[in-house]
Design a protein around this ligand. Structure first.
Ligand code: SF4
Length: 767
């Protein structure tokens, strides 16, 4: 690699890039002025603003310093619900949040609207782009039917995108990050079991025993409060931290105990813990007897999984299983399990999360301090409440294609969710999906990548609303360049946070003007709506005209709280705690029931029967759904998140990639992609050393990565970070789109992408 990258001046490509970015930084900083540090501003226009970070969509508060229209510094906001550990504690930002500064002024952004003319994407004005978009949407609806248009929108700063694509345009088809490519089994089982989709976030600060189950929450989190809350519990309460993960992560490093579990065997471990807790009568009998359903079926399943059997399956010694089960039950109800994608992105993820969530009901930690909190949202006004104009909801009675057509009758997922990310290419082939709007996301890196690339090329209409050129925007018919969150007004109305007894809101006004010829998503969406009103003569599309700006719309949403965005973001902080609520809400709720067995839920019972699955907790071995390792593909691959990248809206900037290389001790290598982490026991027989390029191959795809040989990866298990490669946000950058290894593997109930793939690895040859 390094020889190829040597320039004629003797500089490597890497040093050239470093020199280039240093020069760009100097330009952006201008006179390097600061109003805080006492230095003379030299007549420059220095201001402060608040914003909320949307890189992972979790709204950590940002205080932004602006000099002469450029963002020169971003810091956290003290006490922020998502960005700190709570009252009186320092607010911080992770590297992704800090990189918003780079993103805003990044010359690689899409700077102008584009439409495809004569096969080429060409720059046009916003007026022409909106008019052309409306033309194409109308002709698409005439020719293919609006119901075949897929809304692939993720984490937009405005809440109106669903009104546009579903209610007004009339498509019932939607894939989003939450259920379809993030943690569908976790979200949906939580809802069906009675504790909601927030069953993944415990009340960290008040906990005495925290299990990070398949989570690396000190490295990858939904807001800074997760990592900080965990550390606060350890420091202030002497809490025990246990990590269950095949990798020795940063969280494992800080834990009292690390259980290096065999991948995809979490469901067996959870049942074995239940076995110990039930046998030793450590469970909450009052809660189980009075507030739960289906305990007998659960008891039977747990009885079938003694710790000795689970030890064979999971690779965790029986005494460790007993120790953790006892520790968790004895600390309960101040005992929390943190779960998310790690136990969800696998074919048997449904049962893993059902079995894990069942442990909460067993020990009665539901909505109690330090346990599984039933978080609540603040009462901001919904779109329906603030919209003064009646309109027809065109998608209301339209059935999604997966439910409607016989072609999909083999997929039980259609009973629960109606669409699955990995099935979209097949639906395109069948003519049931013919167009897509991709906003703030990149579905090409979330599963079934090769087929998705073909599907995007095949679709009759592709609209991309994005800040960057990526696999979708480069192949789109229409590209609408989106402003970053520092260039627009934001409102976050979160629930789970560092304030376990408060609902809260957070917001900020644009810190800087949209750079180049870009627009905030609210303006893009309402611009499309106005053009549609003109084109169709249908006044339904005029409903957004009652607001002159996004700020007015946000103010209407905040009106129920007697707040405005100005008030929210012009003081010393950009959040308000708006309502208080208490623990143990289920005691006053006659309808509350914690379900161990889901046979009461008709849609699930039907899907489970077709998938060959029980409604009660049970053990489902790896490979029942999804890949099994074999002689040809003996290693299990799974891609993971990193604090530096990940999630649809993030971009692997140069600075972040440098940090990432440094963390992996590969800073000296002339390569800035993702790495394949593998154990020496797997590397040595294959003649692979750190820094070698290796070929990773599955039954359906292959690609090249740089090897990082490490004891942190369990033998037999190889990992890489996702979000790189030619279809990612840096299509010309190095690294591999890991989902080109993937085919259609998924959880049969929610359609959640199964990211465990059987592979083999060999040296790639050359340098
Ligand atoms: S955790 Fe990081 S990326 Fe996510 S909102 Fe907070 S600062 Fe941004």
């Amino acid at each position: 690699m390094s020889n190829q990258a040597q320039s004629s001046s003797g500089l490597t490509r890497r040093t050239l890039l470093k020199a280039g970015s240093a020069a760009a930084g100097a330009v952006a900083l201008g006179g390097c002025l600061s109003s805080d540090d006492g230095t003379d501003s030299g007549g420059a226009d220095v201001s402060k603003a608040f914003s909320n970070c949307w890189m992972c969509s979790h709204n950590c508060g940002q205080e932004v310093t602006v000099v002469d229209g450029s963002v020169v510094n971003i810091t956290g906001v003290d006490g922020h619900p998502r960005g700190s550990a709570g009252p009186g504690t320092e607010g911080t930002l992770c590297p992704k949040g800090l990189a918003q500064q780079d993103k805003t002024h990044d010359p690689k952004r899409v700077k102008e609207p584009h439409i495809r003319k004569d096969g080429e994407l060409q720059k046009v004005s916003w007026d022409e782009a909106f008019e052309y978009t409306a033309d194409r949407l109308v002709s698409f609806a005439d020719e293919y039917g609006a119901e075949t248009f897929l809304d692939a929108t993720s984490w937009a700063e405005t809440s109106i995108f669903r009104t546009i694509w579903r209610d007004l345009y009339g498509s019932p088809e939607r894939i989003s990050r939450g259920i379809h490519v993030c943690a569908g089994p976790t979200f949906v089982t939580g809802g069906m079991m009675g504790v909601g989709s927030n069953n993944r976030v415990p009340d960290y600060q008040n906990s005495d025993y925290i299990i990070a189950w398949g989570r690396n929450q000190l490295n990858s989190f939904a807001g800074q409060f997760e990592a900080k809350g965990t550390l606060e519990a350890i420091e202030n309460r002497g809490a025990t931290l246990v990590t269950i993960d095949p990798q020795h992560t940063i969280t494992a490093e800080k834990s009292d105990k690390w259980l290096p579990i065999e991948p995809r065997t979490d469901g067996a471990l959870a049942l074995a813990m239940a076995n110990v807790i039930i046998e030793e009568e450590l469970y909450d009998e009052d809660f189980v007897e009075n507030y739960t359903y289906g305990f007998d079926a659960y008891r039977e399943a747990a009885a079938d999984m003694p710790p000795e059997d689970a030890a064979e399956i999971t690779g965790i010694p029986a005494e460790d299983i007993r120790e953790v089960a006892r520790g968790f039950a004895e600390a309960a109800p101040r005992a929390g399990i943190s779960v998310w994608t790690g136990t969800a992105q696998m074919g048997n993820g449904w049962k893993a999360t059902q079995n894990i969530t069942a442990l909460n009901g067993l020990v009665g930690n539901i909505d109690r301090p330090g346990g599984l909190r039933l978080w609540e949202y603040p009462g901001t006004a919904s779109f329906g409440q603030v919209c003064e104009q009646d309109y027809t909801n065109r998608a209301e009675f339209r059935e999604p294609a997966l439910k409607k057509y016989d072609e999909y009758s083999d997929y039980p997922v259609r009973h629960i969710e109606g669409i699955a990310h990995n099935l979209v290419p097949e639906m395109v082939d069948n003519g049931h999906i013919n167009g897509i709007v991709v906003h703030h996301d990149d579905p090409l890196k979330d599963g079934n990548a090769d087929e998705w690339v073909e599907a995007i090329e095949e679709m009759a209409l592709v609209i991309s609303i994005d800040a960057y050129w990526n696999g979708v925007s480069r192949n789109a018919d229409i590209v609408l360049p989106e402003a970053t969150s520092l260039e627009k007004d934001t409102l976050g109305t979160g629930n789970w946070s560092a304030y376990p007894k408060h609902k809260w809101v957070t917001g900020g006004k644009a810190a800087v003007e949209p750079q180049w010829n870009t627009k905030p998503d609210f303006d893009i969406l309402t611009g499309i709506a106005s053009a549609m009103a003109e084109k169709t003569d249908n006044d339904d599309w005029r409903i957004f005209e009652q607001w002159d700006s996004h700020e007015e719309f946000i103010d209407d949403q905040l009106s129920t709280l007697d707040l405005t965005l100005e008030e929210l973001s012009s003081g010393e902080k950009n959040y308000e705690l708006v309502e208080e609520y208490d623990y143990e809400k289920w005691k006053d709720n006659d309808n509350f029931v914690f379900r161990f067995d889901l046979d009461q839920v008709g849609s699930f019972a039907q899907a489970a029967e077709e998938a060959g699955m029980d409604t009660a907790p049970e053990w489902i071995p790896p490979g029942t759904y999804g890949d099994s390792t074999s002689d040809e593909y003996p290693l299990e691959f799974y891609d993971v998140r990193s604090v530096f990248f990940s999630h649809g809206s993030n971009q692997p900037h140069e600075r972040l990639r440098d940090h990432f290389a440094k963390r992996n001790d590969l800073n000296e290598e002339d390569y800035r992609g993702n790495y394949l982490h593998l154990n020496p026991k797997d590397a040595e027989p294959r003649g692979i050393e750190t820094g070698d390029m290796v070929q990773v191959e599955s039954e359906s795809g292959s690609g090249e990565l740089m090897a990082h040989v490490t004891e942190n990866a369990r033998p037999g298990f190889v990992t890489a970070e996702y979000g790189f490669g030619e279809t990612s946000a840096t299509p010309d950058g190095e690294g591999m789109n890991t989902m080109t290894l993937h085919d259609k593997q998924m959880d049969p109930i929610t359609g959640q992408v199964d990211r465990h793939i059987a592979v083999d690895v060999k040296p790639a040859g050359g340098d």
